[in-house]
Design a protein around this ligand. Structure first.
Ligand code: ADP
Ligand code: MG
Length: 676
């Protein structure tokens, strides 16, 4: 079930073979020239020598200097891949894919052969693969199957400054300790490498200068009320007034980027034909890979490119030719409240370290300008120095389960670079206990071992594992796949919103909830033999569906591995709903008089997301997939449940008093009508 999305550019069959070979050769030669022009090239020999001499090495170099694309190639050229693979981790999927594609191109090989990538639900590698780019999360999963990483000769933990949860856990596991022949390189774009060095028993630091041109920093004189609008106005002003050179705008996510793209297109049209061409390139995690490649295409003569990016362009991807950076000063960050166990994505002010990185993007090929859409006072007084490491602001259930299955029991004494709050560890243990993954002694149970096989949040894994009991694993993995797609399933073009909404509501007949609606979408699509036409007719995103199918295929494979039979129970949707509740019972909420909801266990006011099929129905009791905070705290993907199920499915978590249904109390008009 693995897929390889990017095809090598060398498969273009339009030229006669010889001409093609010749063209390839010059293209390859040209790429070799480019490789030699990168700042890291001058340090190639020294670097290889340092790697030879030390087992652990910290490498520091500016963004764009060639760390990610060149170091693995140098190691390959120096023969390290004869002893095993060179793995290079990235915090982000897009970066792993994009960099692998680039390196395959530089080496003149087909992506997925000698150079490949592995991200969750997508393995683009083969037996031939010697340079493997992967998300740090994937390396952590590989460790579960190969605790000594025997098939690797070198592991590069790249972008270490990002301090993702997986990177920190990889550090704590100290993978180099048991394998004296394994090289561990830790690479970072920022100068605070001492901390890494200290942590790894004063490992040597190899730092080399990049190429930096001055960047003029501009602040706004007064705070901006609407940073999106300010960003757009700034882009247009640059486009009209400033000399040629591309623009990079940092936004917080896909939705914002799509909105900005639309508004920009409109305003550009409004400016008439006298203005030079402005090419708009979005880049975010769920952007299809063929569109991702667009940001790297050279800007045509006389035109200007504006890249609308998430944090990914801060250090993970280098886009050449950027001269102007527009930095509204925000990013989307996970935040976690260990007291309530609630996790939320929040649009948060960035740190000073991030602001510096962002500005630096403007000065890579020539002098540049950075427009910060916040005041200097704001910068000096309100921004934190550094971004808080993810381990301190996330739900740890998933890594605790992974560590337990690696045989690491003493989590309190785990060697965290920055320890998480003790409460968060306790909360994770409690949750895993409540889910039945751990017993009272904190040991992995059979269910827990099965759950750990799935590269999913433990609540989703539990939902799958429990579906065995309810004989509906077939339906449940479809739902899990649909929930894991990442992008949106429903397509809602601005000019056809009414049609799109009607089409969507067709999947909501019976009003039992969004999970079941997702299931209906998936099974209807399957019945049409995965028809694209059907997707168009029903305002469904084809691409999301294909991804769901890939994910589902893999989940099916994993079911086999944990010896769960595929069984279908489409006529008994209560079984499906019970399986959902058996995994997501900590995410339940009860309707309030004013039409809002209150979470059952740690009371907090939440609302049904307007996109939910239940947003008008307002059932009395619901289970939700996740919370997102925008203007309010919204529950996304909501399904109705019967309160007695909570006692039945999670007796150790809920007491009778939690689920007492004081039906006599007045409810808002029309609420709670859905048939239970
Ligand atoms: P670092 O890891 O030090 O930030 P990289 O190795 O990512 O640097 O980048 C080195 C060079 O390779 C940059 O000039 C960058 O623009 C180029 N590059 C990286 N990925 C791609 C790609 N997918 N397409 C074109 N150029 C790329
Ligand atoms: Mg890099």
């Amino acid at each position: 079930g693995s897929v390889c999305r990017l095809e090598s550019q060398y498969e273009d069959g339009m030229h006669p073979k010889e001409a093609q070979d010749a063209a390839e050769k010059t293209a390859l030669e040209e790429l070799q020239e480019v490789r030699k022009s990168l700042p890291i090239y001058g340090y190639r020999e020294q670097l290889l020598q340092a790697v030879e001499e030390h087992q652990v090495l910290v490498i520091v170099g500016d963004t764009g200097s060639g760390k990610t694309t060149q170091i693995p190639q140098y190691l390959h050229e120096a023969g390290y891949t004869k002893r095993g693979k060179v793995g290079c981790t990235q915090p982000r999927r897009v970066a792993a894919m994009s960099v692998a594609a680039r390196v395959a191109q530089e080496m003149g090989v087909k992506l997925g052969h000698e150079v490949g990538y592995s991200i969750r639900f997508e393995d683009c590698t083969s037996d031939k693969t010697v340079l493997k780019y992967m998300t740090d999360g994937m390396l952590l999963r590989e460790l579960l199957g190969e605790p000594d990483l025997a098939s690797y000769s070198v592991v590069i933990v790249d972008e270490a400054h990002e301090r993702t949860l997986s990177t920190d856990i990889l550090f704590g596991l100290d993978i180099a300790r048991f394998r004296p022949d394994l090289k561990l390189l830790i690479s970072s774009a920022t100068m605070d490498a001492e901390k890494f060095s200290d942590y790894f028993d004063t490992a040597p630091i190899f730092s080399f200068p990049g190429r930096r041109y001055p960047v003029e920093i501009n602040f706004t004189s007064a705070p901006e009320a609407d940073y999106m609008d300010a960003a757009i106005v700034t882009v247009l002003t640059i486009h009209v007034r400033e000399p040629l050179g591309d623009i990079l705008v940092f936004l917080t996510g896909q939705e914002e980027i799509e909105t900005a793209e639309e508004i920009l297109k409109q305003r550009i049209r409004g400016l008439g034909t006298k203005i030079r061409e402005l090419i708009i390139c979005p880049i975010y995690a769920n952007l299809p890979s063929e569109l991702q490649a667009k940001i790297f295409e050279p800007t045509p003569e006389g035109a200007r490119k504006v890249v609308l990016a998430t944090n990914i362009a801060e250090t993970s991807l280098t886009i050449d030719g950027i001269k102007y950076v527009v930095d509204p000063g925000f990013s989307k960050m996970k935040s976690y409240n260990p007291r309530t166990g609630m996790e939320s994505l929040l649009i948060t002010p960035i740190s000073k370290a991030s602001a510096t990185q962002r500005a630096g993007r403007a000065g890579r090929t020539s002098a540049g300008k950075c427009y910060r859409l916040y005041t200097a006072f704001n910068y000096n007084n309100d921004l934190e120095e550094n971004t808080v490491p993810e381990v301190q602001r996330t739900n740890l259930a998933s890594v605790v389960l992974a560590l337990k299955s690696l045989g690491i029991h003493d989590l309190i004494n785990f060697d965290f670079m920055d320890p998480p709050p003790a409460e968060a560890l306790v909360k994770a243990l409690e949750l895993l206990f409540a889910l039945g993954a751990l017993n009272k002694l904190g040991e992995l149970t059979k269910a827990g071992r099965r759950m750990a096989e799935f590269p999913l949040d433990p609540m989703l894994s539990k939902m799958i594992v429990v579906s065995d009991k309810y004989k509906c694993s077939d339906e449940i993995i479809s739902i899990a796949a649909m929930l894991s797609v990442g992008g949106s399933i429903f397509y809602r073009p601005k000019d056809k919103q009414v049609h799109a909404d009607n089409a969507r509501m067709n999947f909501h007949t019976g009003n039992v909830g969004d999970h079941i609606a997702l299931l209906k979408v998936y099974s209807s699509w399957k019945e049409t033999n995965y028809s694209t036409q059907w997707c168009y007719e029903n305002y469904i995103q084809v691409r999301s569906m294909k991804r769901a199918r890939d994910i589902r295929d893999q989940l099916e494979g994993l079911l086999e591995r944990v010896e769960i039979e595929i069984s279908s129970n489409m006529n008994e949707l209560d079984s499906v709903r019970k399986s959902i509740v058996a995994g997501f019972f900590p995410h339940t909420a009860k309707l309030q008089k004013n039409g809002s909801y209150r979470t059952v266990k740690h009371p907090q006011t939440v609302h049904i997301h307007p996109n939910s099929g239940l947003s008008q129905v307002l059932p009395r009791w619901v289970v939700y997939h996740e919370l997102v905070l925008t203007s309010k705290e919204y529950m996304r993907q909501v399904t109705e449940l019967k309160p007695e199920w909570l006692i039945e499915l999670a007796p150790h978590y809920y007491q009778r008093k939690d689920v007492e249904d004081d039906a006599s109390k007045k409810m808002p008009k029309g609420a709670g009508k859905a048939a239970i």
